[in-house]
Design a protein around this ligand. Structure first.
Ligand code: ADP
Length: 916
């Protein structure tokens, strides 16, 4: 490669141009310019020179260019001669040409040196700055590089360890893995959506919000158990067994369920049916639902729609909303993991009204077998097949269930239980469950039949058994606390026992606790050591005497002190046996009667001696000792008193069996291992809850009887009501307020609803007609202002079924005649006195039974309902089915009415008259 020739010029002397001699070749005339003379020894000059040289040295370190310049200067004969240094410094500096020319023209050496120094210093500063800039930049670059490198390494490591594949790839891999589980269960159109979403996910930035939305969507889509079904079991016998195991009675309900399963068996599926269990709270609707799921081997999922007003709860939110979620059904499928669970929809009668959309129609879409094979959840946005899901709904009353929903349901009524049934449920289901639920063993506690019966009759009189269950659970919780406290108490005492109490001679022990084995040992020992013991006997007796008298004084002075009782009775257990004790014991027990004698002389030196020896006897567990003490009452809470202890000891002495139970041992064994709570509580007496101590556990009875009157006075009649909570008896009371010509009026109280108010006014009219028929001259209703009240005033009531009761009450006042004892009636009345059917026959019958009613009056049209009732509910009632009020009149007032036709015409005629 061609490189242009380079010429290096170096100045030697200063010349000044004086003229041009010829231009070609260039010849000029010059004059030699000499430096001004200078003093080489001048200090200032020297110092300036040195400073200039040292600056040059520094510059050489910082700048390679300068370094090269200096080396050329030295090679070409440069020296540290002050004029040369000045010239070199100026020449190598980065100053501009003009400045350098000025330096060239300067003939004063010191000035030139100064000039050079200034320029060099400036250069040095520049180079220093350049170096620091270079350094900072270097640092920055290397820091970033380092970080980058480390990040790359980290990624590589994570990848290697499988901790984190690329985020998106890991996600899609996870989703694909899930899909693999469903094999071919995922419908084609759903697979397509999933694929599209996965591709979209790959495109999106991981930090974007849309990425999260897509990821969540995919998560839900792949969490639905596509095509996963649990294998159904249509075994009717097994189902019967499960239903019986879980529920007492409910025969008709169980039968309906079995029929349902049988149909499933024949058809191969139970789809297309929605069961609705209706009845008061706590009658077992939910638990029957669970049992059906168990019987059919389906997964169980429950959700309540009571008060639900947001359609999104059922159909899900659209994905565009922040925090959007799918509806309850999709959540159900995800959580049960099968596409054919049993879904219990609770409180369907209390469905709310939505401001945006109607939850009832959303529910219809969900439940309707025609529609739910392609149920579209707003969030999921792909149709899901719910046709295999079995829906069971629960409701308290069917009347408030939206019509279209009710149409599609098969209603099974659970009406509530009578006392007898409750008793069985409590005894066979609730009590054992509550007991095991509290961790209590059957031998530790029980509730007697009478206590249960009191509980049922006076605490828990509602139709269901939930309240009863709560009460029984409460009782067992309290028992659990008692047992655990007892355990703690016993442990506490065991600790006292296990604390070493000092030397052998410390305490005496009641001779009552001497045991037979120990006695034998005493005798054996006696034979062996008869001689030696004579020597030590006196001395030890003396000691023992001192100690035992101390203790006995303690016992007597603090007779009620727990500690002293324990100490005196048990402390000696802990002593180490020794020779002396053996000897002492030998001496005291040499006589066969010695032991009993000693026991009578409680706290005597001899008893102490016995004790000492006994602690050397064949030992048994200290725990047993504690148990014994408990049994004998020594440590019982109520009897931990010195006196009681003595009594106990005496008892033991008198009863050889008792005293033989006392086992003596070395304490070392007993403290080594903590006994379990079962061991401790093994011998604690069973806690029995009966009618006498029931209130200790559940407080005072909340319910008084429905019966306010034993014998209803004039104007008071018992009716029967039915509510969502079950049946109950209620009274209708009427009294006179005022009398006077034309003052006839009727005032109503008792929170009566419109329907009930109307039936009161109908009753008033019908009563007038009947009275006119019976006593044509009686102007009672025209001239009397009446007040009709239905207690309890705080409970709102409505319904037409109290019509006949109201008439009877009004007539009772009008005729001043009491109604028959223990009669209760129900029935809607028309203006002509006809009795129309009512609802809730079973509930009302149960309520009447509870209130001790003997005579029941029902509308004739309700006779089939009554006949359907099981015999244990309806037995013993004198029941009448009536078509017209006059029949009731006859039963209630025991009066022979005229022939029914006549009365009928009388009543009918009254419907047209307004005044009597
Ligand atoms: P509901 O859903 O009707 O309000 P639940 O099903 O929750 O009532 O029942 C309340 C409790 O009463 C449950 O623990 C249930 O097991 C129990 N129970 C109800 N009826 C019976 C019955 N016939 N036999 C045994 N237990 C019952």
């Amino acid at each position: 490669m061609f490189s242009p020739p380079q010429v290096v010029l170096q100045g030697h002397v200063r010349l000044r141009l004086t003229g041009i001699v010829s231009e070609d070749p260039l010849v000029a005339s010059v004059e030699w310019v000499k430096d001004k003379p200078f003093d080489g020894e001048n200090d200032v000059l020297k110092a300036t020179l040195l400073e200039a040289v040292s600056t040059m040295q520094n510059l050489m370190m910082l700048s390679p260019f300068f370094r090269e310049g200096i080396s050329q200067f030295l090679q070409s004969g440069g020296s540290l001669f002050p004029p040369q240094v000045g010239d070199c410094g100026i020449g190598l500096s980065t100053a501009d040409g003009l400045t350098q020319q000025q330096g060239l023209e300067e003939l004063d050496v010191l000035k030139r040196l100064n000039m050079a120094l200034t320029l060099l210093k400036k250069d040095l500063d520049i180079y220093k700055l350049q170096a620091s800039i270079a350094k900072a930049i270097d640092e920055k670059i290397s820091g970033e590089q380092r970080k980058f490198l480390l990040m790359e390494q980290l990624k590589a490591i994570k990848k290697e360890l499988g901790l984190e594949a690329d985020d998106k790839t890991a996600l899609t891999a996870k989703f694909r893995e899930r899909l693999k589980e469903y094999k071919d269960g995922v419908p084609e159109h759903v697979l397509q959506v999933i694929e599209e979403e996965m591709t979209k996910l790959q495109m999106l930035e991981a930090s974007s919000s849309e990425f999260n939305v897509t990821r969540n969507y995919l998560d839900w889509l792949t969490s639905i158990p596509w095509g996963q079904y649990s294998k159904e079991n249509f075994d009717v016998r097994r189902a019967q067994k499960i239903l019986d195991e879980d529920h007492y009675g409910l025969t008709d309900v169980k039968e309906r369920i079995l029929e349902f399963i049988a149909v499933g068996r024949l058809r191969g599926s139970v789809q297309g049916k929605i069961i609705c269990l209706s009845g008061p709270p706590g009658v077992g609707k939910t638990s029957i639902g669970k049992s059906i799921a168990k019987a059919l081997n389906r997964k169980f999922f429950r959700f309540s729609v009571g008060g639900l007003s947001d359609v999104a709860e059922i159909k899900g939110h659209r994905r565009t909303y922040v925090g959007a979620m799918p509806g309850k059904m999709v959540q159900c499928l995800k959580s049960t993991g099968t596409a054919n669970p049993l879904v219990l929809i609770d409180e369907i009668d209390k469905l709310g009204r939505g401001h945006a959309g109607d939850p009832a129609s959303a529910l219809l879409e969900l439940l309707d077998p025609e529609q739910n094979a392609n149920f579209l959840d707003h969030y999921l946005d792909v149709p899901i097949d719910l046709s295999k899901v079995l829906f069971v709904c629960t409701a308290n009353v069917v009347e408030t269930i939206p019509g279209p929903l009710l149409d599609r349901m098969e209603v099974i009524r659970l009406v509530g239980y009578i006392s007898d049934e409750k008793m069985h449920i409590a005894r066979d289901y609730l009590e054992p469950n509550a007991r095991t639920g509290s961790g209590i063993k059957p031998e530790q506690a029980r509730i007697t039949e009478t206590a249960l019966s009191v509980l049922i009759e006076t605490y828990c009189r509602e139709a269901g058994v939930r309240n009863l269950q709560k009460h029984i659970e409460k009782i067992y919780r309290k028992i659990a606390l008692k047992l655990v406290s007892k355990d703690a108490e016993i442990r506490e005492k065991m600790k006292v026992v296990s604390v070493p109490t000092g030397t052998d001679e410390d305490f005496s022990r009641p001779a009552a606790e001497v045991d037979d084995k120990a006695e034998d040992k005493i005798k054996d020992d006696e034979c062996l050591e008869s001689h030696e013991r004579e020597n030590v006997k006196d001395e030890d007796q003396l000691k023992s005497h001192e100690v035992s008298s101390e203790v006995s004084s303690e016992v007597s002075s603090e007779a009620s002190s727990e500690v002293s009782a324990e100490v005196s009775s048990e402390a000696s257990l802990e002593r180490e046996p020794n020779e002396k004790e053996t000897e002492e014991q030998d001496s005291t027990s040499s006589d066969g009667n010695a032991i009993s004698q000693d026991s009578e002389e409680l706290q005597t030196p001899k008893s102490d001696e016995n004790e000492n020896v006994l602690s050397d006897g064949k030992a048994e567990k200290n725990v047993d000792e504690m148990h014994h003490l408990l049994r004998s009452g020594v440590m019982d809470k109520s009897s931990i008193h010195g006196t009681n202890m003595e009594e106990a000891s005496d008892k033991d002495v008198n009863n050889p069996e008792d005293s033989s139970e006392i086992k003596h041992e070395s304490v070392d064994d007993s403290v080594s291992e903590e006994p379990s709570i079962e061991e401790i509580l093994k011998d604690v007496e069973m806690i029995v809850v009966d009618e006498t101590n029931l209130s200790e556990y559940v407080g005072n009875a909340v319910f008084q009887s429905d019966r306010i009157y034993d014998q209803t006075p004039v104007g008071v009649v018992m009716g029967l009501a039915w509510t969502a909570m079950g049946g109950s008896t209620l009274y209708v009371e009427t009294t006179k307020i005022d009398e006077g010509e034309g003052k006839g009026a009727l005032q109503l109280t008792g929170q009566l609803g419109d329907v009930m108010r109307e039936s009161a006014s109908i009753a008033h009219t019908v009563s007038r007609a009947i009275l006119r028929e019976k006593e044509p001259t009686n102007s009672f209703f025209r001239d009397t202002s009446l007040h009709l009240h239905v207690p309890a005033g705080a409970t709102p009531k409505d319904g037409p079924s109290a019509g006949c009761t109201m008439i009877t009450s009004l007539l009772s006042v009008a005729m001043n005649k009491e109604v028959k004892k223990d009669v209760a009636m129900t029935g809607e009345v028309t203006l002509t006195g006809r009795i129309l059917p009512i609802g809730g026959v079973k509930e009302k019958t149960i309520a009447a039974r509870r209130s001790g009613v003997k005579t029941l009056i029902f509308p004739k049209a309700n006779q089939p309902d009554f006949d359907e009732l099981s015999s244990h509910i309806k037995e013993e009632f004198d029941v009448h089915f009536v078509e017209h009020y006059m029949e009731i009149f006859k039963i209630a007032f025991g009066e022979e009415s005229r022939n029914s036709e006549a009365s009928l015409s009388a009543a009918e005629s009254c419907s047209t008259s307004t005044e009597q």
